[in-house]
Design a protein around this ligand. Structure first.
Ligand SMILES: NC(=O)c1ccc[n+]([C@@H]2O[C@H](COP(=O)([O-])OP(=O)(O)OC[C@H]3O[C@@H](n4cnc5c(N)ncnc54)[C@H](OP(=O)(O)O)[C@@H]3O)[C@@H](O)[C@H]2O)c1
Length: 315
Protein backbone atom coordinates (compact mmCIF):
# COMPACT_ATOMS: atom_id res chain seq x y z
CA UNK A 1 0.00 0.00 0.00
CA UNK A 2 1.31 3.45 -0.86
CA UNK A 3 0.68 6.03 1.84
CA UNK A 4 0.68 9.60 0.65
CA UNK A 5 1.95 12.48 2.76
CA UNK A 6 -1.51 14.07 2.50
CA UNK A 7 -3.06 11.00 4.11
CA UNK A 8 -0.51 11.04 6.88
CA UNK A 9 -1.10 14.58 7.99
CA UNK A 10 -4.81 14.03 8.51
CA UNK A 11 -4.47 13.79 12.24
CA UNK A 12 -7.38 13.26 14.65
CA UNK A 13 -10.16 15.82 15.04
CA UNK A 14 -9.22 18.65 17.36
CA UNK A 15 -5.55 17.72 17.27
CA UNK A 16 -2.82 20.19 16.50
CA UNK A 17 0.92 20.17 16.47
CA UNK A 18 2.50 23.49 17.26
CA UNK A 19 5.34 23.21 14.81
CA UNK A 20 3.46 21.31 12.16
CA UNK A 21 0.36 23.45 11.91
CA UNK A 22 1.72 26.70 13.31
CA UNK A 23 -0.83 27.19 16.08
CA UNK A 24 0.03 29.09 19.24
CA UNK A 25 0.62 27.23 22.47
CA UNK A 26 2.09 28.16 25.82
CA UNK A 27 5.86 28.33 25.46
CA UNK A 28 6.48 25.34 27.70
CA UNK A 29 4.23 23.14 25.58
CA UNK A 30 5.77 24.31 22.33
CA UNK A 31 8.12 21.35 21.90
CA UNK A 32 6.49 20.18 18.71
CA UNK A 33 4.17 18.01 20.77
CA UNK A 34 0.78 17.23 19.33
CA UNK A 35 -1.99 18.59 21.53
CA UNK A 36 -5.73 18.04 21.58
CA UNK A 37 -8.53 20.13 23.00
CA UNK A 38 -10.55 19.14 26.03
CA UNK A 39 -14.07 19.24 24.57
CA UNK A 40 -15.76 20.95 27.54
CA UNK A 41 -13.45 23.99 27.54
CA UNK A 42 -11.22 23.96 24.46
CA UNK A 43 -8.11 23.91 26.67
CA UNK A 44 -5.25 22.11 24.89
CA UNK A 45 -3.16 19.35 26.45
CA UNK A 46 -0.34 17.26 24.95
CA UNK A 47 -1.62 13.89 23.77
CA UNK A 48 1.04 11.94 25.68
CA UNK A 49 0.78 11.89 29.46
CA UNK A 50 2.23 9.64 32.15
CA UNK A 51 0.52 7.04 34.34
CA UNK A 52 1.70 6.87 37.95
CA UNK A 53 0.46 3.46 39.02
CA UNK A 54 3.94 2.06 39.62
CA UNK A 55 5.47 4.90 41.63
CA UNK A 56 5.81 2.83 44.75
CA UNK A 57 8.31 2.42 47.50
CA UNK A 58 9.72 -0.86 48.65
CA UNK A 59 13.07 -2.46 48.82
CA UNK A 60 15.71 -0.19 47.32
CA UNK A 61 13.31 2.74 47.57
CA UNK A 62 16.07 5.36 47.74
CA UNK A 63 17.44 4.24 44.36
CA UNK A 64 13.92 4.04 43.00
CA UNK A 65 13.28 7.60 44.10
CA UNK A 66 16.26 8.86 42.11
CA UNK A 67 14.91 7.04 39.07
CA UNK A 68 11.39 8.40 39.63
CA UNK A 69 12.75 11.95 39.97
CA UNK A 70 14.74 11.63 36.75
CA UNK A 71 11.74 10.20 34.89
CA UNK A 72 9.35 12.92 36.02
CA UNK A 73 11.92 15.66 35.40
CA UNK A 74 12.72 14.44 31.90
CA UNK A 75 9.05 13.95 31.06
CA UNK A 76 8.46 17.58 32.06
CA UNK A 77 11.56 18.92 30.25
CA UNK A 78 10.38 17.29 27.04
CA UNK A 79 7.00 19.02 27.34
CA UNK A 80 4.99 16.35 29.18
CA UNK A 81 2.25 17.91 31.30
CA UNK A 82 -0.47 15.35 32.07
CA UNK A 83 0.11 13.01 35.00
CA UNK A 84 -2.46 10.52 36.30
CA UNK A 85 -2.36 8.82 39.68
CA UNK A 86 -4.67 7.56 42.43
CA UNK A 87 -4.68 7.14 46.21
CA UNK A 88 -5.29 3.51 45.29
CA UNK A 89 -1.76 3.11 43.87
CA UNK A 90 0.18 2.46 47.07
CA UNK A 91 2.41 5.44 47.83
CA UNK A 92 2.19 6.93 44.33
CA UNK A 93 0.52 10.21 45.37
CA UNK A 94 3.02 10.74 48.19
CA UNK A 95 6.05 9.93 46.06
CA UNK A 96 4.87 12.02 43.15
CA UNK A 97 3.71 14.88 45.37
CA UNK A 98 7.11 15.08 47.04
CA UNK A 99 9.04 14.85 43.78
CA UNK A 100 6.88 17.38 41.93
CA UNK A 101 7.34 19.78 44.83
CA UNK A 102 11.08 19.18 44.84
CA UNK A 103 11.27 19.70 41.07
CA UNK A 104 9.10 22.82 41.41
CA UNK A 105 6.93 21.87 38.45
CA UNK A 106 3.50 21.24 39.95
CA UNK A 107 2.04 24.57 38.75
CA UNK A 108 2.77 23.73 35.13
CA UNK A 109 1.15 20.32 35.26
CA UNK A 110 -2.26 18.92 34.48
CA UNK A 111 -2.60 16.71 37.52
CA UNK A 112 -5.26 14.00 37.58
CA UNK A 113 -6.10 11.71 40.48
CA UNK A 114 -9.07 9.70 41.65
CA UNK A 115 -11.53 9.11 44.43
CA UNK A 116 -12.14 5.48 45.33
CA UNK A 117 -14.67 5.47 48.14
CA UNK A 118 -18.36 4.60 48.39
CA UNK A 119 -19.63 7.12 50.93
CA UNK A 120 -19.64 10.92 50.74
CA UNK A 121 -17.64 11.59 53.91
CA UNK A 122 -15.09 8.91 53.09
CA UNK A 123 -14.75 10.35 49.58
CA UNK A 124 -14.22 13.87 50.92
CA UNK A 125 -11.62 12.65 53.37
CA UNK A 126 -9.88 10.68 50.63
CA UNK A 127 -9.75 13.70 48.26
CA UNK A 128 -8.55 16.00 51.03
CA UNK A 129 -5.79 13.46 51.69
CA UNK A 130 -4.85 13.52 48.00
CA UNK A 131 -4.47 17.32 48.11
CA UNK A 132 -2.19 17.00 51.13
CA UNK A 133 -0.15 14.11 49.77
CA UNK A 134 0.42 15.97 46.51
CA UNK A 135 1.12 19.35 48.21
CA UNK A 136 -1.46 21.20 46.18
CA UNK A 137 -4.63 23.19 46.68
CA UNK A 138 -6.37 21.86 43.58
CA UNK A 139 -6.38 19.17 40.91
CA UNK A 140 -6.93 19.70 37.23
CA UNK A 141 -8.95 16.47 37.11
CA UNK A 142 -10.66 14.33 39.76
CA UNK A 143 -12.06 10.99 38.60
CA UNK A 144 -14.31 8.43 40.23
CA UNK A 145 -12.06 5.35 40.24
CA UNK A 146 -13.68 2.35 38.56
CA UNK A 147 -17.11 4.01 38.99
CA UNK A 148 -17.01 3.28 42.74
CA UNK A 149 -19.78 5.19 44.49
CA UNK A 150 -20.31 7.35 41.41
CA UNK A 151 -23.88 8.43 42.33
CA UNK A 152 -22.53 9.88 45.57
CA UNK A 153 -19.16 11.10 44.37
CA UNK A 154 -20.23 12.97 41.21
CA UNK A 155 -22.34 15.51 43.16
CA UNK A 156 -19.38 15.98 45.54
CA UNK A 157 -17.09 16.55 42.58
CA UNK A 158 -19.51 19.19 41.27
CA UNK A 159 -19.28 20.97 44.62
CA UNK A 160 -15.48 20.82 44.48
CA UNK A 161 -15.57 22.20 40.96
CA UNK A 162 -17.72 25.12 42.13
CA UNK A 163 -15.24 25.75 44.94
CA UNK A 164 -12.30 25.70 42.50
CA UNK A 165 -10.69 22.65 44.10
CA UNK A 166 -10.90 20.75 40.81
CA UNK A 167 -11.12 22.03 37.25
CA UNK A 168 -12.56 18.93 35.54
CA UNK A 169 -14.42 15.84 36.70
CA UNK A 170 -14.67 12.36 35.29
CA UNK A 171 -15.02 8.62 35.81
CA UNK A 172 -12.66 5.73 35.07
CA UNK A 173 -12.68 2.05 34.25
CA UNK A 174 -10.25 -0.48 32.84
CA UNK A 175 -12.78 -3.26 32.36
CA UNK A 176 -15.20 -3.83 29.50
CA UNK A 177 -17.62 -5.21 32.08
CA UNK A 178 -18.23 -1.60 33.13
CA UNK A 179 -18.62 -0.07 29.67
CA UNK A 180 -22.39 -0.33 29.57
CA UNK A 181 -22.71 1.37 32.93
CA UNK A 182 -20.22 4.01 31.84
CA UNK A 183 -22.35 4.69 28.76
CA UNK A 184 -25.42 5.16 30.96
CA UNK A 185 -23.55 7.53 33.25
CA UNK A 186 -22.24 9.79 30.48
CA UNK A 187 -25.71 9.92 28.97
CA UNK A 188 -27.25 11.12 32.23
CA UNK A 189 -24.45 13.21 33.79
CA UNK A 190 -22.45 16.08 32.32
CA UNK A 191 -18.83 15.00 32.63
CA UNK A 192 -15.59 16.46 31.33
CA UNK A 193 -13.74 13.15 30.97
CA UNK A 194 -13.97 9.42 30.92
CA UNK A 195 -10.87 7.29 31.33
CA UNK A 196 -10.94 3.88 29.68
CA UNK A 197 -8.64 1.04 28.58
CA UNK A 198 -7.94 1.00 24.86
CA UNK A 199 -5.03 -0.49 22.93
CA UNK A 200 -4.14 -1.79 19.50
CA UNK A 201 -5.15 -5.29 20.62
CA UNK A 202 -7.95 -4.25 22.99
CA UNK A 203 -10.41 -2.27 20.89
CA UNK A 204 -13.79 -2.97 22.50
CA UNK A 205 -14.07 0.65 23.69
CA UNK A 206 -14.23 1.91 20.12
CA UNK A 207 -17.39 -0.04 19.37
CA UNK A 208 -19.73 2.23 21.39
CA UNK A 209 -18.04 4.07 24.22
CA UNK A 210 -15.54 6.17 22.27
CA UNK A 211 -18.03 7.32 19.60
CA UNK A 212 -20.59 8.12 22.31
CA UNK A 213 -18.06 10.19 24.28
CA UNK A 214 -17.14 12.01 21.09
CA UNK A 215 -20.79 12.74 20.26
CA UNK A 216 -21.45 14.01 23.78
CA UNK A 217 -18.31 16.17 23.89
CA UNK A 218 -16.71 14.18 26.71
CA UNK A 219 -12.89 14.06 26.74
CA UNK A 220 -11.24 10.63 26.75
CA UNK A 221 -8.09 9.62 28.60
CA UNK A 222 -6.78 6.18 27.69
CA UNK A 223 -5.24 3.85 30.26
CA UNK A 224 -3.44 0.53 29.60
CA UNK A 225 -2.25 1.53 26.09
CA UNK A 226 0.29 -1.32 26.28
CA UNK A 227 -2.05 -3.72 28.12
CA UNK A 228 0.39 -3.50 31.05
CA UNK A 229 3.19 -4.61 28.75
CA UNK A 230 1.21 -7.36 27.00
CA UNK A 231 1.65 -5.69 23.59
CA UNK A 232 5.44 -5.69 23.92
CA UNK A 233 5.30 -9.43 24.61
CA UNK A 234 3.09 -9.94 21.56
CA UNK A 235 5.51 -8.25 19.17
CA UNK A 236 8.50 -9.89 20.87
CA UNK A 237 11.73 -9.21 19.04
CA UNK A 238 10.07 -8.48 15.70
CA UNK A 239 11.29 -5.48 13.74
CA UNK A 240 8.86 -2.62 13.19
CA UNK A 241 7.22 -2.90 9.79
CA UNK A 242 8.94 -0.69 7.24
CA UNK A 243 5.80 1.42 6.72
CA UNK A 244 5.84 2.54 10.38
CA UNK A 245 8.68 4.93 9.54
CA UNK A 246 6.34 6.76 7.18
CA UNK A 247 4.43 8.19 10.14
CA UNK A 248 7.54 8.89 12.16
CA UNK A 249 7.36 5.82 14.36
CA UNK A 250 10.70 4.77 15.82
CA UNK A 251 9.77 2.10 18.36
CA UNK A 252 7.02 -0.33 19.28
CA UNK A 253 6.02 1.94 22.15
CA UNK A 254 5.44 4.78 19.69
CA UNK A 255 3.55 2.43 17.35
CA UNK A 256 1.11 1.51 20.15
CA UNK A 257 0.71 5.08 21.43
CA UNK A 258 0.28 6.66 18.01
CA UNK A 259 -2.43 4.08 17.33
CA UNK A 260 -4.33 5.10 20.48
CA UNK A 261 -4.08 8.88 20.17
CA UNK A 262 -4.99 8.89 16.49
CA UNK A 263 -8.51 7.79 17.39
CA UNK A 264 -10.51 11.01 16.98
CA UNK A 265 -12.39 10.54 20.28
CA UNK A 266 -9.19 10.22 22.32
CA UNK A 267 -7.91 13.37 24.02
CA UNK A 268 -4.73 11.92 25.57
CA UNK A 269 -3.11 8.69 26.71
CA UNK A 270 -1.39 7.96 30.02
CA UNK A 271 1.22 5.25 29.46
CA UNK A 272 2.57 3.99 32.78
CA UNK A 273 6.29 4.30 33.16
CA UNK A 274 8.87 4.73 35.89
CA UNK A 275 11.69 4.52 33.35
CA UNK A 276 13.33 7.69 32.07
CA UNK A 277 14.24 5.99 28.80
CA UNK A 278 10.65 4.88 28.25
CA UNK A 279 9.31 8.33 29.13
CA UNK A 280 11.53 9.78 26.38
CA UNK A 281 10.32 7.11 23.96
CA UNK A 282 6.67 7.71 24.87
CA UNK A 283 6.88 11.49 24.51
CA UNK A 284 8.35 10.83 21.04
CA UNK A 285 5.02 9.29 20.05
CA UNK A 286 3.41 12.69 20.54
CA UNK A 287 5.51 14.30 17.84
CA UNK A 288 5.27 14.45 14.09
CA UNK A 289 2.58 12.54 12.29
CA UNK A 290 -0.31 10.39 13.43
CA UNK A 291 -1.69 7.51 11.37
CA UNK A 292 -4.80 8.04 9.26
CA UNK A 293 -7.80 5.70 9.49
CA UNK A 294 -6.37 3.76 6.55
CA UNK A 295 -3.04 3.27 8.30
CA UNK A 296 -4.81 2.46 11.56
CA UNK A 297 -6.55 -0.44 9.79
CA UNK A 298 -3.19 -1.65 8.60
CA UNK A 299 -1.82 -1.45 12.16
CA UNK A 300 -4.80 -3.48 13.41
CA UNK A 301 -4.27 -6.16 10.77
CA UNK A 302 -0.62 -6.38 11.73
CA UNK A 303 -1.36 -6.76 15.46
CA UNK A 304 -4.26 -9.17 14.92
CA UNK A 305 -1.98 -11.49 12.96
CA UNK A 306 0.39 -11.90 15.92
CA UNK A 307 0.07 -14.88 18.25
CA UNK A 308 -1.83 -14.23 21.47
CA UNK A 309 0.00 -14.03 24.79
CA UNK A 310 -1.48 -14.52 28.23
CA UNK A 311 -3.20 -11.33 29.40
CA UNK A 312 -1.99 -9.87 32.71
CA UNK A 313 -4.77 -9.70 35.31
CA UNK A 314 -6.67 -6.44 35.67
CA UNK A 315 -7.34 -4.30 38.72
N1 LIG B 1 -9.25 1.99 36.34
C1 LIG B 1 -8.35 2.92 36.26
O1 LIG B 1 -8.61 4.06 36.58
C2 LIG B 1 -6.98 2.57 35.75
C3 LIG B 1 -6.62 1.24 35.58
C4 LIG B 1 -5.34 0.95 35.10
C5 LIG B 1 -4.44 1.98 34.81
N2 LIG B 1 -4.82 3.29 35.03
C6 LIG B 1 -3.87 4.40 34.72
O2 LIG B 1 -3.29 4.13 33.45
C7 LIG B 1 -1.87 4.13 33.56
C8 LIG B 1 -1.27 3.16 32.57
O3 LIG B 1 -1.57 1.83 32.91
P1 LIG B 1 -0.44 0.79 33.34
O4 LIG B 1 0.74 1.55 33.78
O5 LIG B 1 -1.05 -0.18 34.30
O6 LIG B 1 -0.20 -0.03 31.98
P2 LIG B 1 0.44 0.33 30.54
O7 LIG B 1 0.65 1.79 30.41
O8 LIG B 1 -0.39 -0.37 29.52
O9 LIG B 1 1.83 -0.45 30.60
C9 LIG B 1 2.82 -0.11 31.52
C10 LIG B 1 4.00 -1.08 31.28
O10 LIG B 1 4.64 -0.75 30.04
C11 LIG B 1 6.03 -0.50 30.27
N3 LIG B 1 6.42 0.58 29.36
C12 LIG B 1 6.05 1.89 29.39
N4 LIG B 1 6.57 2.59 28.36
C13 LIG B 1 7.31 1.70 27.64
C14 LIG B 1 8.10 1.82 26.48
N5 LIG B 1 8.20 2.97 25.80
N6 LIG B 1 8.76 0.70 26.03
C15 LIG B 1 8.67 -0.49 26.69
N7 LIG B 1 7.92 -0.66 27.81
C16 LIG B 1 7.24 0.43 28.28
C17 LIG B 1 6.13 -0.10 31.71
O11 LIG B 1 7.38 -0.42 32.26
P3 LIG B 1 8.44 0.73 32.76
O12 LIG B 1 7.89 1.33 34.01
O13 LIG B 1 9.71 -0.03 32.94
O14 LIG B 1 8.52 1.72 31.63
C18 LIG B 1 5.03 -0.98 32.36
O15 LIG B 1 5.53 -2.28 32.58
C19 LIG B 1 -1.61 3.77 35.03
O16 LIG B 1 -0.30 4.15 35.43
C20 LIG B 1 -2.72 4.53 35.70
O17 LIG B 1 -2.34 5.90 35.84
C21 LIG B 1 -6.07 3.60 35.47
Amino acid sequence: MNITRREMIQIGAGASAGLMLGCTMPEEMDRGLITKEIPSTGESIPVIGLGGRNYRLGEGWAENTDGYRATLGTFYELGGRLIDTSPNYGDSETIMGNLLQELGIRDDLFLATKVDRQEKEEGLERMQGSLERMHTGHFELMQVHNLRGWETQIPTLREWKQEGKIKYLGITTSSDRQYEQMEQIILQETLDFIQVDYAADNRTAEERLLPLAQDLGVGVLVNLPFGRGRLFSRVGDRELPEWAAEFGCESWGQFFLKYVVSHPAVTAVIPGTTSERHAVDNIGAGKGLLPTSQIRSRMEEFIDALPLVERPSRS
